[in-house]
Ligand binder design. Structure first.
Ligand code: GDP
Ligand code: MG
Length: 652
């Protein structure tokens, strides 16, 4: 029996909240036990914000009128008891529309005017400029007001042919794809470039982001959709109509925007919608089923898929069935099959990925914290042996011992200079890495690419220019990796030297592995080349278009570079913290040892009492170790938490 998408998503939300809570408890426990140093704190903070703010994006991509908006209504918003996204004949989404929830912003619809296409800023950059968007506040308790506000995404304006060209809706090179002008020669274009809907719907509150896209024309005109938004979605639902079959423009969308997406990073669902158009009162249910199967098979064949990869549904009947609570009709609409596939493919996979990221973060944390506990244990053992050696000795020997510890302490304090020198080399290498991946270097790289694309006659070399740029970006990443390796071996050498010299137990943290960022770069390159390869290259002749494309690319690359640098920062912080912890513990240990001897000298405490106390401290450290393992082991296997069900918190 298929669970509804909403239920699966709810469970995922419960798991995430529960996990975040446990991370908080772990942080408190570490703090109480003086185990929360700067690096561990930073690591926990990152994990918590990752698990709390994790977004899951599902994109609906298809030619217009295939039923994207209707499907969004049926899967996510049937609870409102009516259509929320406009999805009736003639009133269809004209601009890409993102539905999500941001607690900082009141419920509203924000619309970016289409004229912003004349400027080079990427969509990402426009997002940072809220004053450029038209905002309409939403009354979430009033589905009527919601629905009528959302009608805005269907608005169009009439513009001259020149304007349509500048806005990316008219191309002289491919007249067959151009929209039909009206009697005055004017072209109908969307009024808005992008819409953001912010509502506190339970699913959206838990981090679901839904992207509804208009048809091929609008997708093609907004490169950021193809090179950023769609490839970064966790699931893409591609919709075909049983009433139209696979048309030429369906196939263009599939080939230009979807076929090359690697399956392992995102789940891709192909849906044959409107099967109710095949429900014919004169045919038997079996005959209808045969019809549907036949159409699924031919659709699959055209797209190069297996028949079972195509899900046949009726979004419209599914919505009606949910609103009227007609369970027979809901089964016939097959909507639950789609929801189940979405839930398992997307939510399930997301949970696995997030769980694995958490497990590896917690694993590192356990190792780092475990080392601090070990340092303390070793110090105690040594102190115990030192005191045991004093048994039965006279006052002179004890005094001599005190002097020896003081000398050792003074020597240790002087050793600081060497550690300082290592730190400054470390910092220099870090600065080099930040320079390679910093924003001014990227700006230069992008300016070079823009120049190359602008050169007349070079249009055929577009692939080359992109290829060269990506080669350089990869080389940069590799240089950063070698700098990291250099720091790592330097740390290893210094740490082992310090270990011999001072009896430390320092170990460098595991170095950042940048391989997955290289893969990400490859993915970005693929989506660009794929996009430019198929019939879109001519668009580069348009200055605005190339500029927009490069700006979109640059935003995406900045994101990747920032993630790399953030990994490196955490790694370097861990190394520094580990060294700091060792130094701090050692200084404390000197103070404790001298103090103990002083008390014994003053006969304020017996030797045996002091030794017994150390043993107690050792026991409590052992206990701490066990507890740490317990707490972290729980977090490392907590992926299964949500599925147990008994921990479920009420969601609605
Ligand atoms: N018969 C039928 N019509 C549907 C179905 N889904 C959507 N439609 C209709 O198809 C048209 C386009 O739907 P819409 O959701 O706006 O398509 P979009 O442009 O892809 O968002 C509307 O008139 C819908 O009522 C369906 O499952 N069956
Ligand atoms: Mg629509």
């Amino acid at each position: 029996m298929a669970t509804s998408f909403n239920d699966q998503f709810d469970q995922h939300g419960v798991w995430r909240r529960e996990f975040a809570l446990r991370l908080k408890l772990l942080a408190e426990w570490l703090k109480d036990n003086e185990l929360l140093d700067a690096a561990v704190e930073e690591r926990l903070r990152r994990l918590e914000s990752q698990v709390r703010s994790d977004k899951i994006m599902v994109a609906f991509v298809a030619e217009f009128s295939r039923g994207k908006s209707e499907m969004i209504n049926a899967v996510f918003f049937a609870g409102y008891g009516r259509r929320i996204m406009p999805a009736t004949a003639g009133r269809t989404t004209m601009c890409p529309t993102e539905l999500g929830y941001d607690a900082e912003v009141p419920p509203c619809l924000r619309l970016l005017p289409i004229e912003t296409r004349r400027q080079p800023q990427s969509l990402m950059e426009w997002r940072m400029a809220p004053e450029k968007w038209v905002r309409i506040d939403l009354d979430v308790k009033n589905p009527q007001q919601l629905a009528s506000a959302f009608e805005k995404v269907a608005e169009t304006i009439q513009v001259s042919q020149d304007d349509a060209q500048a806005l990316g809706f008219w191309h002289n090179q491919t007249p067959e794809d151009n929209p039909l002008p009206d009697a005055q020669g004017r072209i109908e274009v969307p009024r808005w470039r992008h819409a953001l809907i912010n509502i506190a719907h339970p699913l959206l509150k838990q981090g679901l982001v839904i992207l509804d896209t208009p048809g091929l024309n609008a997708i093609g005109a907004e490169p950021e959709l193809t090179v950023s938004l769609i490839p970064q979605a966790h699931a893409v639902v591609f919709i075909l109509g049983a009433d139209t079959g696979v048309t030429k423009s369906d196939l263009s969308i599939w080939r230009e925007h979807l076929a090359a997406q690697p399956e392992d990073t995102c789940s891709r669902l192909v849906v044959l919608n409107k099967i109710d158009t095949l429900w014919d009162a004169l045919s038997t249910p079996e005959q209808i089923q045969v019809q549907i199967e036949r159409q699924k098979a031919s659709t699959a064949e055209i797209l190069g898929l297996l028949a079972q990869q195509v899900i046949a549904v009726s979004a419209q009947k599914g919505l009606v069935a949910k609103v009227t609570k007609d369970s027979d009709l809901l089964q016939r609409s097959c909507l639950p099959v789609l929801e189940d596939a979405l839930g398992r493919g997307m939510v399930g996979r997301r949970q696995q990925i997030l769980g694995a990221a958490m497990a590896s973060g917690i694993g590192d944390l356990r190792i780092e914290t475990g080392r601090v506990i070990n340092i303390r244990k070793r110090d105690l053992t040594e102190q115990f042996q030192e005191l045991a050696g004093l048994k039965g000795k006279n006052a002179t020997v004890i005094k001599h011992m005190r002097t020896r510890i003081s000398i050792e302490q003074a020597e240790f304090d002087q050793g600081g200079a060497k550690i300082h020198a290592v730190r400054s080399v470390h910092l220099k290498l870090l600065r080099d890495m930040f320079a390679i991946l910093g924003s001014s270097a990227l700006k230069k790289e992008m300016a070079q690419l823009t120049d190359a694309l602008m050169q007349k006659g070079l249009k055929l070399g577009v692939k080359r220019s992109y290829g060269d740029t990506f080669d350089r970006l990869r080389t940069n990443l590799q240089s950063v990796q070698s700098l990291a390796n250099e720091i790592q071996s330097m740390l290893a050498a210094t740490f082992s030297q310090l270990n011999t010299e001072y009896g430390f137990s320092l170990q460098p943290p595991s170095e950042p592995a940048l391989g997955r960022y290289l893969q990400e770069l490859d993915g970005v390159e693929r989506s660009h080349l794929q996009y430019l390869g198929i019939g879109n290259a001519f668009k580069l002749a348009q200055l605005e278009f190339s500029e927009r494309l490069v700006r979109a690319l640059s935003t995406r690359l900045r994101g990747i570079h920032e993630s790399v640098l953030s990994d490196i920062e955490l790694w370097s912080k861990s190394a520094a913290s580990h060294l700091d912890a060792q130094l701090r513990e050692r200084r404390r240990s000197f103070v404790r040892r001298i103090e103990a001897i002083d008390r014994i000298q003053q006969a304020a405490e017996g030797l045996d009492d002091r030794m017994a106390e150390i043993q107690l401290q050792e026991e409590s450290l052992n206990h701490l170790d066990v507890k740490l393992n317990e707490l972290t082991a729980y977090l490392m296997t907590a992926q299964d938490l949500a599925r147990d069900g008994d921990t479920a918190l009420p969601v609605r």
